[in-house]
Design a protein around this ligand. Structure first.
Ligand SMILES: NC(=O)c1ccc[n+]([C@@H]2O[C@H](COP(=O)([O-])OP(=O)(O)OC[C@H]3O[C@@H](n4cnc5c(N)ncnc54)[C@H](OP(=O)(O)O)[C@@H]3O)[C@@H](O)[C@H]2O)c1
Length: 293
């Protein structure tokens, strides 16, 4: 059996909610200060990060699949924190999604000084049991979309005195997980990309960080995964708010690699000193519970 985490695209690409919204026609976006743009902002870690950023007074562009929930969330943030929150509903796996988001910002003179590439999902199970179409969708969302968003927004980010890119990878980028081989590889891709780009753009005061969370209780699939893993996962599981706090705090401190949680940090450090064969053997034993997912 194959596990498809929540977040697997379930709706077809459609016109952005904002393009159908009243604000579009009235053109009442606040352009007096820059925005933080977050993908995967409607749920889990992204939703928690949106709360934290709004609490700090940042205007927000919230990207997720087109849904009323996203619109309602934007309204909730505006009311609670007195900031602007623009919902932008789009299927990020569509090839032109990054361009459409960038064009929308350009058209409405919305400056972005914080780009958080967070949307992503995971597939677990024996490699050959998972459908290739699902792999392609996951690879697209977890990697290509992030490259596209970064490519479009980087020139703009460079124009600010200081700006930030935060890419959500996973602890699995550091500790490759058997039975989640392709997901692990997408997160490894983002990890390497982020660290390399970080050095390239340092002279422009664009800070690139990569977030590597361990298990985070964000959705029902996550809960199933944690239950399957038993005490090992329960010991290490974190809540989205904790991860978001840690991630944003360290992003603003310009840390390169962010691994939230003491246990997670310990295990990633241990992973660096163990011989690869020993490490991979241990990881196979620990994560063999995913085999039947
Ligand atoms: N949870 C964990 O244990 C864990 C651990 C390590 C790393 N991560 C990574 O952390 C990130 C966030 O994970 P999460 O668990 O917080 O996710 P989540 O709760 O499943 O939420 C995923 C978010 O991404 C959006 N999304 C999914 N597919 C999309 C698409 N095709 N187009 C546009 N938006 C899309 C969802 O929008 P809708 O609400 O509209 O579906 C939702 O806002 C991911 O990159 C994940 O790989 C998670």
């Amino acid at each position: 059996m194959v596990t498809i985490a929540k977040g697997t695209p379930k709706k077809q690409p459609s016109i952005s909610l904002e393009n159908r919204g009243i604000r579009h026609f009235l053109n009442i976006y606040d352009t007096s200060k820059p925005y933080a743009l977050l993908t995967g902002a409607s749920m889990g870690i992204g939703r928690s990060m949106a709360h934290k950023l709004a609490a700090l007074g940042h205007h927000l562009i919230l990207v997720a699949l087109p849904d009323q929930t996203l619109k309602d969330f934007a309204i909730e943030l505006e009311k609670t924190y007195n900031v602007k929150a623009i919902p932008y509903g789009i299927d990020l796996t569509a090839e032109d999604a990054p361009k459409r988001i960038f064009d929308f910002c350009t058209k409405h003179n919305l400056e972005v000084n914080i780009l958080i590439n967070n949307a992503g999902f995971g597939l677990g199970g024996l490699f050959e049991n998972i459908d290739l179409t699902q792999y392609n969708t996951m690879m697209s969302l977890n990697t290509r979309t992030i490259i596209g968003m970064t490519h479009y927004f980087l020139p703009k980010l460079k124009q600010h005195q200081e700006s930030y890119i935060l890419n959500t990878s996973s602890m699995e980028a550091l500790l490759p997980v058997p039975y989640k081989s392709v997901y692990t590889a997408t997160k490894g891709f983002i990890y390497s990309f982020s660290l390399a780009l970080r050095e390239e753009v340092r002279p422009y005061n664009v800070n690139v960080s990569v977030l590597c969370p361990g298990s985070v209780l964000t959705n029902k699939e996550g809960l199933k995964r944690i239950k399957a893993m038993g005490w090992k996962a329960k010991m290490m599981v974190m809540m989205p708010d904790e991860v978001a706090d840690n991630a944003l705090d360290k992003m603003f401190k310009k840390k390169g690699v962010i691994v939230p949680g003491g246990f997670n940090l310990f295990f990633t450090k241990l992973g660096k000193v163990l011989p690869t064969s020993v490490k991979m053997n241990l990881l196979e034993k620990i994560f063999s519970a995913y085999k039947e997912h």
